[in-house]
Design a protein around this ligand. Sequence first.
Ligand SMILES: *Cc1c(COP(=O)(O)O)cnc(C)c1O
Length: 342
Amino acid sequence: MPTVDLSSDTSTRPTPGMRRAIAEAEVGDEQRGLDPTTNRLQDRVAELLGQEAALLLPSGTMCNLVAVAAHTQRGDSVLAHRLSHVIRFEASGAALASGVLVDQLDGPRGQFDAAALQAALAPGSVYFARTRLVCLEQTSNLGGGSVWPLERWDEVCAVARAFGAAVHVDGARLGNAAVASGVGADRWSAGVDSVWLDFTKGLGAPLGAVLAGSAAFIAEARRYKQVFGGAMRQSGMAAAGCLWALEHHWDRLAEDHERAVRLAAGWAEVGLAAAEEPETNLVFVDPSALGMSPAGLVERLAAEGVSVVAVGGQVRAVTHLDVDDEGIEGAIAAARRVAGRR
Ligand SMILES: *Cc1c(COP(=O)(O)O)cnc(C)c1O
């Protein structure tokens, strides 16, 4: 029985074309700025995001780590949604490396609004930390792959900036947001101080994330890249995969979104309803209606050849480059068998 891997969009493997591009990449010493393919990727991402400069880093986690370091001083506060990757999945990296207080905002679907942000901004005094940075995640992973409405996004950015805090965008899936909303990645990045794209999620590259911002910000980020051991050598091997992904895998993210809607509809029919209609490529379901725990459903689907994960009290399925229509129908049939046998 073939496995349908819906565990994450990081499961994607480089395609034959991408592998060829990687094999043929022109390379040099990246640490000295001499890798032509890396330089080309950085220019391309800066342009895509409407920023002055960009920097290739080994991972998205390092983009967040470097950005927080570059934007803050020890003792500052950073605001992020309580479900954000920065807070949930980075092993306290921001606190550990930058000595900041990471304070949590709340709101539905991994998003907060301008009023919540306004109330949480701390001015710096004998008692209060100074809020120096606000982090936004687009799309919100634990928010169900939700896309921030543009109006709320602009309001939140305006409130942060009026206060004097920088805005940082965790754009691990910004491509999904751009494709789903029809609002360009440059528009989402227009009112922010730093933003990054992950190439190892739905874009399907094996390695790399690119952080963008002003030339001054990127110069500072480059120092922290060195500090954290993220400077590389012939990183053109990674950059070539990322360039291939931008060229060939960006627009097709729409197919992943269609398949997520199809999967959610099929699962709803067998009693596994998603709390919200998927907006992008993530489908979250609560298996309690079937009398199962998240871990229980994960195990039973695995026995049927479908790989998903338990996250935040729910089960998450992710559509991506390596899952086709047949895979989705297989995942629906598997859930039907699991539900029928409970
Ligand atoms: C995956 C992810 C990251 C981290 O990216 P890596 O490349 O895995 O380090 C950060 N933020 C969000 C929202 C993610 O989904």
